[in-house]
Every structure is written in structure tokens, then in C-alpha cells.
Design a protein around this ligand. Structure first.
Ligand SMILES: CC(C)(COP(=O)(O)OP(=O)(O)OC[C@H]1O[C@@H](n2cnc3c(N)ncnc32)[C@H](O)[C@@H]1OP(=O)(O)O)[C@@H](O)C(=O)NCCC(=O)NCCS
Length: 296
């Protein structure tokens, strides 16, 4: 970690985001991920949310130049997310300053028992994020492969029945044996709890598809989960979910079981990183057993 450049208190102010910052945050977001940043979509929800949604304001130019969010997840993990620095203001250690403020709140909550652990999910290409997390003591606990499919020229035939599982049925699915009871949603990994299941019951669409249980859902983006994750069911679920009304770019975040990945490759599934795990789940001073060292 290099020595941070100090924040000039005359022109920089770290504070909580307010609803009225929306336009300025949208401006910041424009240059992030080729305009595909989800921050504007969740902005107002995050302002009202638990945890802490911070920004750095350039008080001279009256604009928001960095953001960071600390969120308390249903599994009582404190998630650090939403780190953004305006393109014109990068390389000034702003992410360290705002990241420190969010991290300190998480540490305080961990100390008083509000949360059990501090976590962070990132893509393997995000070298700055990985560097910053590992520098302050986060370690890699789990990893998943982002899988997508292209539209089939010949429509796939599905037999889909609605499904209304109980929490116990849901948790007994083969998927969770591979993941130690964790679930990979849209670029988010967390432990399944009754609270999370309740949220899923409200938002997700559960089906038995060609005999294989699973669901598709939206949180920051569309994702689906084949709960008995054979290569066939993963592909069936991807095709099915992507054909549903309003669903676009639905991904599956697949546990990196080598034989499953090999078969997905044979079946022409698409991945972002040549079938290498790319969604990474980091935990600070972890107290949980890593699944990252074994692939089964
Ligand atoms: C990631 C981001 C917030 C960093 O902005 P920044 O504060 O201007 O970045 P800095 O240049 O000060 O770099 C922060 C740290 O990451 C390191 N870093 C930056 N790019 C890196 C790379 N490609 N590989 C390794 N480390 C890198 C820097 O060296 C610095 O660490 P150091 O102080 O120990 O040297 C900014 O690029 C951004 O908004 N990106 C788009 C959104 C995003 O990816 N957010 C993070 C995940 S949600």
C-alpha cells in the first residue's frame, strides 16, 4: 500500500449521500463500465438503506467524485460495494479515503456483533479492487464462473412447472452441498438464511424445469440458479430464463466443478474468462472454511 495523498479539507468532503446527489452521481457513473453501471438504478434505495452510503464531494466544483457503500446483508455479513471514483479524479487515493471510512463502520459493527463478517465480491479483472481488499486483510473464500448462453436458433423445448419450495426443501438442494450453504447471485455471494429465502420468495420465479428445480431473479441484474447443477440443467435454465419477458442478459454463476465446466465447454456455453473462475468472494479475517481450495 503506497502512502495516501491527503484529502484537502478545503475542497474535499466525505459525507453520507443524499437523494439530491442523484444527478451528480449519474454523471460520475457515465464513465463506469461503458455506461452500464447499475449505481443510478439503486441510488435512492441505497440512500434509504441500512449500512452507510458515502460519497466524496468536490466542494469547489459542487460535484460528487467518489462513492462507497457498506450494506448489511441478510446473512449478517457487512458487504463493501459500490466503490466508484470519477474518471477525472482517479489516482488521487480517493478510493482509499472513502474505502477506509466505510471499512471503519463495518469494523465497528463487527466488534459490537451487528455483523458476523466483512465481505467483498469482485470480478477477477478488477485488479484495483483485489489489490485494495487483499492489502487490508481480505482473503479469497469462494469463486464462481460467470456463464451465459447465446440465443438458440431452434427454440429450446421446456416443460416448466411453478414451484413453491419450503426453506428446508430449498436448502437441501444439491447446489448448496458444493457451496457450503452459500449462493451466488448477480455478482453477489452470501450465505442462505431464512431472511434471504423470504426475500427470494417475493422476487424470484421458481420452477421445476425439465425436471430440474431452480429460479431466476433480478438484483442489480438478472441471474438464475439451477439448484441441481448438472451441465444440462445449467444450460436449460440459462435458455429458459433468457426467454422470459423482461429478462435480458441473465447469467449463471457456476461453482467451478471441473467436470461440469468441461461439459459446459463441450456444449458451447460462453464464459467471460475461458472457463476460469471470475466472480471472487473475499472475507476479512475469515472465520469460515474456504471452499476455494477444493472444487467439490
Ligand atoms: C477502482 C477505482 C475505484 C479506483 O480508483 P482510484 O482511487 O482513483 O484508484 P487509484 O489509482 O488511487 O488506485 C487505488 C489502489 O489500487 C491500485 N491499483 C490501481 N489499478 C491497479 C491495477 N491494475 N493492478 C493492481 N493495483 C491497481 C493502486 O496502485 C492503488 O493502490 P496503492 O495505493 O497501494 O498503490 C476506479 O478505478 C473506479 O471507479 N473503477 C470503476 C468501478 C470499479 O471497478 N469499482 C471497484 C469495484 S466495485
Amino acid at each position: 500500500m503506497t502512502k495516501w495523498k491527503p484529502l484537502d479539507p478545503k475542497t474535499r468532503c466525505i459525507r453520507k449521500c443524499k437523494h439530491s446527489d442523484y444527478d451528480s452521481v449519474c454523471e460520475l457513473s457515465k464513465s463506469i463500465w461503458e455506461g452500464q453501471d447499475y449505481l443510478p438504478l439503486v441510488f435512492h434505495e441505497w440512500v434509504d438503506d441500512n449500512g452507510l452510503f458515502l460519497c466524496i464531494e468536490d466542494t469547489k466544483n459542487n460535484c460528487i467524485i467518489a462513492t462507497d457503500k457498506y450494506t448489511i446483508l441478510p446473512d449478517r455479513a457487512g458487504l463493501l460495494e459500490g466503490l466508484r471514483v470519477h474518471k477525472e479524479y482517479r489516482g488521487q487515493s480517493l478510493s482509499w479515503h472513502i474505502g477506509k471510512a466505510a471499512f471503519e463502520k463495518a469494523l465497528q459493527d463487527k466488534q459490537d456483533g451487528t455483523i458476523h463478517r466483512i465481505v467483498n465480491c469482485t470480478h477477477i479483472t478488477n485488479k484495483a479492487s483485489i489489490h485494495m481488499s487483499t492489502s487490508i486483510g481480505f482473503t479469497l473464500q469462494q469463486k464462481y464462473v460467470v456463464v451465459e448462453t447465446s440465443k438458440k436458433e431452434t427454440p429450446v423445448q421446456f416443460t416448466a412447472q411453478k414451484w413453491d419450495p419450503t426453506f428446508e426443501e430449498f436448502l437441501s438442494m444439491p447446489y448448496f452441498k458444493h457451496t457450503n450453504g452459500y449462493i451466488a447471485q448477480h455478482f453477489l455471494v452470501q450465505k442462505v438464511t431464512p431472511d434471504l429465502f423470504e426475500t427470494l420468495q417475493k422476487s424470484a420465479h421458481f420452477f421445476i424445469l425439465n425436471g430440474s428445480p431452480g429460479f431466476y431473479d433480478h438484483s442489480h441484474g438478472w441471474y438464475n440458479v439451477a439448484l441441481d447443477p448438472t451441465p444440462k440443467s445449467i444450460l436449460d435454465w440459462l435458455h429458459f430464463a433468457n426467454e422470459q419477458p423482461q429478462v435480458t442478459d441473465c447469467y449463471s454463476f457456476v461453482h467451478p466443478d471441473p467436470s461440469t465446466l468441461k461439459e459446459l465447454q463441450n456444449q458451447n456455453a460462453s464464459t467471460w474468462m475461458e472457463f476460469e473462475p471470475d466472480l471472487l468472494y473475499y472475507v476479512y479475517e475469515s472465520d469460515i472454511a474456504p471452499t476455494v481450495l477444493t472444487n467439490n
